[in-house]
Design a protein around this ligand. Structure first.
Ligand SMILES: NC(=O)c1ccc[n+]([C@@H]2O[C@H](COP(=O)([O-])OP(=O)(O)OC[C@H]3O[C@@H](n4cnc5c(N)ncnc54)[C@H](O)[C@@H]3O)[C@@H](O)[C@H]2O)c1
Length: 258
């Protein structure tokens, strides 16, 4: 008899019906977790993901919630409690980008990126931490940040600013919440083959340049990020907090080789 890593854990995944979020849902369920799948668009994708989870003998519920709204984040936490009795892990995964430079970014676009990517992580962490403290036993907030929490990406500045904010959120909240046995960790993926990169993947010249810049020679599969999320959510990572795990195929350490 082999143990599974997340048996009976109650996990919320924001933006859980696409890309990295979807891969995390499937990987977590395969390790015995029960999952609340947050989505803001494409309810059909959520329905078919839930069918896949149930077909594999797992449990998942879908909730439409806009993560830029703190009340919606609170509703997600409540859904985990109502459906599965408690919350063990919140995964702040939902994210967007504008691919605009400092000179071109409108106030509305800036506000939207910061609200969806960073404000959501702040108030999601707050809602989850309050629940962890009231139920007892600690918990984990896992933020899907980006290598761009640290690494400039000219032409995508609002995204970088939002991810940089998540970097400091994780460090400060991790320190504040450690005495409650609540861990806060970021995963910083490099380039991952998901819908957010559809335009890049459709451009052969861009893909060639990108693959050449990555020491492992290719984008990540979403499942390769999900596997790290499962490890961090398990008891095997119980001493990790207030830090970032970089999963980037080496791109941020690469050199131009001149
Ligand atoms: N794909 C990459 O190369 C890459 C690299 C580093 C970090 N990331 C991060 O990974 C996370 C997931 O992105 P992905 O690559 O899977 O892309 P994706 O576009 O497939 O997924 C993003 C998800 O967020 C959801 N979302 C957007 N706005 C929302 C809102 N207001 N409320 C709730 N959900 C909302 C989308 O509907 C979608 O489900 C993002 O935070 C992204 O910044 C991705």
């Amino acid at each position: 008899m082999f143990a599974v890593l997340l048996q009976g854990k109650s996990i919320v995944v924001t933006g859980g019906n696409s890309g990295i979020g979807e891969a995390i849902v499937l990987a977590a369920v395969a390790e015995g977790a029960n999952v609340v799948i947050d989505y803001v668009a494409d309810p059909e994708a959520t329905t078919s993901l839930i069918a896949k989870v149930e077909g594999a003998g797992g449990r998942a519920v879908g909730v439409r919630a806009d993560v830029s709204q703190p009340a919606d984040l609170q509703a997600l936490v409540q859904q985990a409690v109502d459906s599965f009795g408690r919350l063990d892990v919140l995964i702040n995964n939902a994210g967007i980008e504008t691919r605009t430079s400092l000179l071109d970014t409108s106030e509305a676009d800036f506000d939207k990126v910061v609200a969806v990517n960073m404000k959501s992580a702040f108030f999601g962490t707050q809602a989850a931490a309050r629940q962890f403290i009231s139920q007892g036993g600690g918990g984990l907030v896992l933020n899907i940040s980006s290598v761009h929490e640290d690494w400039p990406m000219p032409g995508n500045i609002a995204y970088c600013v939002s991810k940089g904010g998540i970097r400091m959120l994780t460090r400060t909240a991790g320190v504040e919440l450690g005495p409650h046995d609540i861990r806060v960790i970021n995963i910083a993926p490099g380039a991952v083959a998901t819908p957010i990169n559809a335009a890049t993947e459709a451009d052969a010249a861009k893909m060639k340049a990108l693959d050449a810049a990555i020491p492992l020679g290719r984008m990540a599969h979403a499942a390769e990020i999900a596997d790290i999320a499962v490890f961090l959510a398990s008891g095997k990572a119980g001493y990790m907090t207030a830090t970032t795990v970089v999963v980037d195929g080496g791109i941020t350490q690469g050199s131009v080789g001149l």
